[in-house]
Design a protein around this ligand. Structure first.
Ligand code: NAD
Length: 445
């Protein structure tokens, strides 16, 4: 609303020159001396000049107010200029982490490796003998200490996480110089729908510019890797036909986050079509589990229940249920690994395509939507604490009323079959949560 102020003052100022000019014309007709007319003309020109300068300044101010520079979430350090990468020791760590230890293993660059899904996918790949190198910018969108803890966990599993931004093309090229990655598992992104109201540019930085930066490097290296990346169920936006199928239209995004993921799907199509990159997009449906994301409802409900805080439970219009197709992390990880395993090779080299390349998109959901009020009831039962509920209308800041995945395509092509129900998955999450944040109480679980 404050951005509108300059417009108001602008139109108000607009009235000044016309009245001043009108006055001048009247004065001129009644004047008898040319000096007086000249002075009046001079004064009027001065007024006009001052007025136009003022209008110009208002316009400039208005422009800046309309497009304030909103930076991506700050990073721990100024990574662009001071990233401590490079050197023989660093290269040795990169090579060792990415070394394939099984006969049929892949060599995978995992972006967003210190994130929730990235950590789980990296560990699963490493455990089966694939080579894995992580990349993450450790931004402060949520608690960096949690990302650091995940990094320590990855270190212990033998996965090195390089600290850097996917927009840093020089770093990406260096990583491909050191390791000829066969696959990229691209999970780095600005997640969350509500944060776009505060920091829209962070979505452009990581989800649009960052994705293009990564694809630019992938298209130009030789051999080109196959890419599997995270889109989102949010691309279904305001669709009302359920369950959501990959064939459904996706042109009603309800948030900037959704719009960037939709844009990424189009960008992926272009890079596949022009450069022969093999690309698989995965539309995740509300992934939850241990080491999860603090900005998601199941996580902050748990925190708020334990802290005795009031919990807002959203309801749709006419007391409509708000429901999510909650998908347990281990099921999503299986879908990610199956996508990597079934990805065909990219066909291009030197940036040019040699033939048609694989382009896929899959829903990875649980296909059993659960009302958010039920999620809260399960958490109350597990935590043995009654929540202080407050029912409020679903705000129009990005959340949709329900999500529900049709997963038949992923089942057919990937053998994807989720097996964890919400009660079982939340039990594992709560056990982790208590152990992580309150280790003294861990024994009670
Ligand atoms: N968790 C879900 O329910 C869900 C649902 C749909 C889609 N997704 C998508 O799955 C992917 C993983 O999500 P998540 O839940 O693990 O989120 P997350 O925020 O925990 O992980 C993303 C990681 O990427 C890193 N990152 C962000 N911008 C970066 C950049 N420019 N350069 C390098 N690193 C950067 C962050 O530091 C973070 O560690 C994301 O693409 C997200 O949009 C997640």
């Amino acid at each position: 609303m404050t951005q509108l102020k300059p417009i108001v003052s602008h139109s108000h100022l607009d009235s000044i020159p016309s009245s001043a000019a009108g006055k001048f014309k009247a004065d001129k007709s009644s004047s008898s001396t040319s000096t007086y007319i000249h002075r009046l003309r001079f004064n009027s020109s001065l007024q006009k000049l001052t007025l136009w300068s003022f209008l110009f300044l208002v316009a400039v101010l208005f422009f800046f107010l309309l497009s304030p520079p909103s930076p991506p979430p700050p990073r721990r350090k100024n990574l662009q200029s001071t990233t401590p990468w490079g050197g023989s020791d660093w290269e040795r760590r990169v090579r060792s982490s990415a070394r394939v230890r099984s006969k049929t293993g892949l060599s995978v660059l995992v972006t967003g490796a210190a994130g929730f899904v990235g950590t789980h996918v990296s560990i699963a790949l490493k455990r089966r003998g694939d080579g894995v190198l992580g990349l993450d910018n450790f931004n402060t969108y949520y608690d960096v200490a949690l990302k650091e803890s995940r990094k320590s966990l990855l270190d212990r599993t033998g996965v090195f996480v390089v600290e850097g931004d996917i927009n840093d093309g020089v770093l990406l090229r260096k990583l491909f110089d050191v390791v000829a990655f066969t696959h990229v598992m691209h999970l780095a992104a600005q997640a969350g729908v509500r944060y776009a109201m505060q920091n829209p540019n962070s979505y452009i930085h990581s989800n649009i510019a960052g994705f293009v930066s990564l694809l630019e490097v992938c298209k130009s290296v030789n051999p080109q890797p196959a890419i599997v990346w995270a889109s989102s169920s949010s691309v279904y936006g305001l669709n009302s036909k359920v369950p959501f199928s990959e064939k459904d239209r996706t042109d009603h995004p309800a948030s900037l986050y959704a719009a960037t993921k939709k844009a990424d799907e189009a960008i992926a199509h272009a890079y596949n079509y022009i450069h022969g990159l093999s690309i698989t997009g995965l539309r995740f449906f509300t992934v939850y589990g241990p080491w999860g994301r603090p900005d998601m409802a199941y996580f902050f409900f748990t925190k708020d229940i334990l802290e005795g805080k009031e919990i807002s439970v959203f309801e749709g219009p006419n007391h409509g249920t708000v429901a999510r197709d909650f998908t347990y992390i281990d099921d999503v990880v299986k879908g990610c690994l199956a996508s990597l395993d079934t990805a065909k090779k990219s066909t291009g080299s030197g940036g040019k395509k040699k033939g048609a390349a694989q382009l896929r998109i899959f829903n990875l959901g649980n296909t059993k939507p659960v009302p958010v009020s039920k999620l809260l009831s399960i958490l109350e039962k597990l935590l043995k604490v009654k929540a202080k509920r407050k029912v409020v209308s679903l705000p129009r800041n990005g959340d949709v009323q329900f999500t529900h995945a049709n997963i038949s395509l992923a089942y057919k092509e990937l053998g994807y079959k989720p097996t964890t129900n919400l009660e079982t998955g939340l039990k594992k999450f709560v056990k982790w949560y208590v152990g992580y944040y309150d280790p003294k109480k861990k024994s009670a679980w």
